[in-house]
Structure formats: structure tokens, C-alpha cells
Design a binder for this molecule. Structure first.
Ligand SMILES: [Zn+2]
Length: 420
């Protein structure tokens, strides 16, 4: 186990007087305050090199900080240790009989996960464990030879969506065990396009969310593109110029936002040499949205492609290039399609939003976003059976940790054996 001192939390009674000392007298820099609603506190972080000080101000009379100050006066409230995996750390401590306050991680500031150890176990000091938001997400570019094809898993960063909406009718206590929500009830999701290299050229399936979101939208979707598709391509020696074909599973913004870039006042295709292949009926739906689908389709993502004359339409299921077969699933949206990659007797499938994360391998775990959940259920039930029986390698576009794996079933329990 490795733990690093993250910060020391100080309960304050009067934030103005505390700032007069720490900021004005000591001359330390104080970051913008952040409210942590679940704790009813306002945190003022003071970075001090390796660790930080955190001034904690109660925002309600029943806040744990208010109670602490009432009872013991202002002073050191807790010490926070940063760990890589807070869930695993809790398991480790529990196995050694350490008394915990939190049996499960809960949301902290800046989309982190936190848990407290009981002070009686840590010799009178309240110890907080903290896992940074990015630590729950693993993004990396990986190559995988696949018969005559080469599959290259890439990524376009991380975003966050409402946990309830991601799991539809599944009750929160059940999905929470798979994906811990932040203080805005959102769970982290990867954005993982797939590059396919073959003798006919180089294709990318979906192309991420791109760089066109406003500051407000980035905040709403918790978009973190500190490392994005350009980095991911560079990590495997590629560049946008190297892409010949962009294939869209559907035209929702988290799948096709990366197809265009804003350059000065104009929107232009992001992959300068590429043709863009889109299902004709999906183009029709995307350009004629209704109240329920409008938030997902952003004309700036795809109309500039048509204006530039780089879109090709395909009408039905079938092989679009040697070893690449598209099949409509419907469900998520009427024309949602998945991509079969077949070579040397092996099958990999890029399942897009049919099974967005490994937590969705249970038949009834279907997103609330889906327009036709019963269609999703019918297709998914049949498809997953087939995927297990025939050992399809599944690429999960939105999983926070797993790019690809095999779905296994043992005594009715399903899990994913990670490959990438
Ligand atoms: Zn999606």
C-alpha cells in the first residue's frame, strides 16, 4: 500500500479571520472556495508544495465542522492521505480489523472519492483517505494484432454523466457498487474510439467528443481532456492525417463531436484526408431531432462535413471494408449500429452504446438515455449470449477502465475478463 500526504484539514470558526492569517499574514495563495454539499462545508485550499492546507468553513449548523468547532473549538480536524484505489484500501484495512467510519467510498470535492478511518484506530487523529477523480479512470493507447487487421484502442479523455440515467431502472444501491458517483451524482466514463489498420487503409470508429464545448458544457459534463485523442494517437505513432476513414456508430456528440474542429470562425473536418461514413437514416434522424433527442445531436459536429463534401452514406447492414461489418441494433437510437471486426476466424465487436461499460453486461442494465429500451434488451440478450458462446472480444466505448475484454459467465454470474 502507498499513501501520500494530500492535505491537513483545519476547522475554522471565522473564515475571514482565518484568511487574514493564512493568506494575508503568511502570504499563502488560497484557491477559489469549493462547497462540498454532502458535508455542508466550504473548503478553501491552500497549496503548499507537496501537500496542502484546507480551511473548512461550516455552511450549515448541522455540518460536522460546525459540531466540531462547537465541541472542541477551531483547530486541526483531519489529515488526508491520498491513495490510488480507495475501495481496495478499505478492503485492505477491513481485513486487518481497522475500525472505519465509512465502509464504502463517498463523493468528495473535485469529483474525488473519500472515506474516513475512525480516530480510535488512528490514535486520536481523524484520517481521511482520498482517491483523485482521475485515479478511477485508466486511459491508454494499446495495439492488438487481430488476424489481418490491427486494432488500436485510443481515447479522447473522460466525461461524466448522471449515474441514474446511465443505469435506467437499476436502483442506485446496485449500480453504486459498480460506479461511485461524485457530489453531482455523475459517474466517470471513458471516451474510447477504436482505430482499425488494414491493407485497405486506416479507419477510426467514432472520434470522441472533440474540442468545441463551451466552458459551461465542459463543467456540466465534467469533461477532462487534459489527455485527448491527439495525444492518444501520438502515443501509438499516429496523427489525424493518418486516418483515411471515419466510421460513425451514431451521431451523438460523445461519438462524433471530434469529427470537426473550430478554426477561427469556420468549422472544418478534423481528419483532413478522411472520408466520413454515416448510416443514411442516422443522418436523417440527426438532422431532424425531436425534443427527446435534440440534446444529443449537435449540428456543428456533422453538418460541416456535408458542406465540405466528405460524407459517404451507407444504407444497410453489411461489410463496408474487408473484415469490417456494420449491424444496426436500434435501441439507443433507431439507427444505432455496432461494428464487427472479423479476421482469421476471430471476431471483435465495437459495441458503442449497446453495452457502454462493463457494468452493463447484465441484460436489464440498460441506459435511461435509450429511446427504445425494449429494442436494446432484445438485441443485447441475443448478442451477449452469442458473444459468450463464440468468444467475441468486446470493445467498451465508455468504460472508465476497460477498453476491451471477453464476457464470461459462471453459474449465471457475468463478468468481463480484461484484455486491454
Ligand atoms: Zn455514448
Amino acid at each position: 500500500m502507498k499513501a501520500i500526504l494530500d492535505h491537513v484539514g483545519i476547522a475554522v470558526q471565522d473564515i475571514d479571520k482565518a484568511l487574514a492569517f493564512y493568506r494575508d499574514a503568511l502570504g499563502l495563495e488560497v484557491e477559489a472556495a469549493e462547497d462540498v454539499e454532502s458535508q455542508r462545508v466550504r473548503a478553501h485550499i491552500i497549496p503548499t508544495g507537496q501537500g496542502a492546507l484546507e480551511l473548512l468553513e461550516a455552511t450549515a449548523p448541522d455540518s460536522p465542522i460546525a459540531r466540531y468547532v462547537d465541541k472542541r473549538g477551531p483547530g486541526i480536524h483531519h489529515v488526508t492521505l491520498r491513495v490510488e484505489d480507495v475501495r481496495a484500501t478499505l478492503d485492505h484495512l477491513r481485513a486487518r480489523g481497522v475500525r472505519l467510519i465509512d465502509e464504502q467510498p463517498r463523493p468528495g470535492a473535485q469529483s474525488s472519492l473519500i472515506a474516513f478511518i475512525h480516530p480510535s484506530a488512528s490514535h486520536g487523529v481523524l484520517v481521511e483517505l482520498k482517491q483523485h477523480a482521475s485515479a478511477s479512470v485508466t486511459l491508454a493507447s494499446r495495439r492488438l494484432p487481430w488476424g489481418d487487421l490491427e486494432l488500436v484502442s485510443v481515447h479522447d479523455g473522460v466525461f461524466r454523466l448522471d449515474g441514474g440515467a446511465m443505469f435506467g431502472v437499476v436502483p442506485r444501491p446496485e449500480w453504486e457498487a459498480q460506479a461511485t458517483p461524485d457530489d453531482r451524482h455523475r459517474i466517470p466514463l471513458g471516451i474510447r474510439p477504436l482505430v482499425v489498420e488494414a491493407d485497405w487503409g486506416r479507419m477510426i470508429i467514432d472520434c470522441g467528443v472533440g474540442d468545441k464545448m463551451s466552458v459551461d458544457e465542459r463543467d456540466r459534463y465534467g469533461l477532462d481532456r487534459a489527455r485527448h485523442l491527439d495525444h492518444a494517437l501520438a502515443d501509438v505513432g499516429l496523427h489525424a492525417d493518418a486516418i483515411d476513414l471515419v466510421l460513425a456508430t451514431h451521431l451523438h456528440f460523445d461519438h462524433i463531436g471530434g469529427a470537426t474542429v473550430r478554426e477561427r470562425d469556420a468549422l472544418t473536418p478534423r481528419f483532413p484526408r478522411a472520408r466520413y461514413l454515416v448510416r443514411a437514416a442516422e443522418w436523417e434522424d440527426a438532422t431532424h431531432p425531436h425534443a427527446r433527442s435534440r440534446a444529443s445531436y449537435r449540428p456543428d459536429d456533422f453538418l460541416p462535413l456535408a458542406e465540405a463534401g466528405v460524407v459517404d452514406f451507407h444504407g444497410r447492414d453489411g461489410e463496408i471494408r474487408a473484415g469490417v461489418r456494420v449491424v444496426r441494433t436500434g435501441g439507443h437510437c433507431p439507427e444505432h449500429q455496432i461494428v464487427f471486426l472479423e479476421s482469421a476466424g476471430k471476431t471483435a465487436v465495437f459495441v458503442a452504446d449497446l453495452i457502454p461499460t462493463t457494468a452493463h453486461v447484465r441484460d436489464a442494465w440498460i441506459m435511461g438515455y435509450d429511446l427504445f429500451p425494449m429494442e436494446t434488451l432484445a438485441y443485447k440478450t441475443r448478442f451477449i449470449r452469442e458473444a459468450i458462446d463464440r468468444e467475441y472480444l468486446i470493445f467498451f466505448e465508455h468504460d472508465p477502465r476497460v477498453s476491451a475484454g471477453y464476457i464470461r459467465e459462471e453459474q449465471g454470474r457475468r463478468y468481463v475478463e480484461q484484455v486491454l
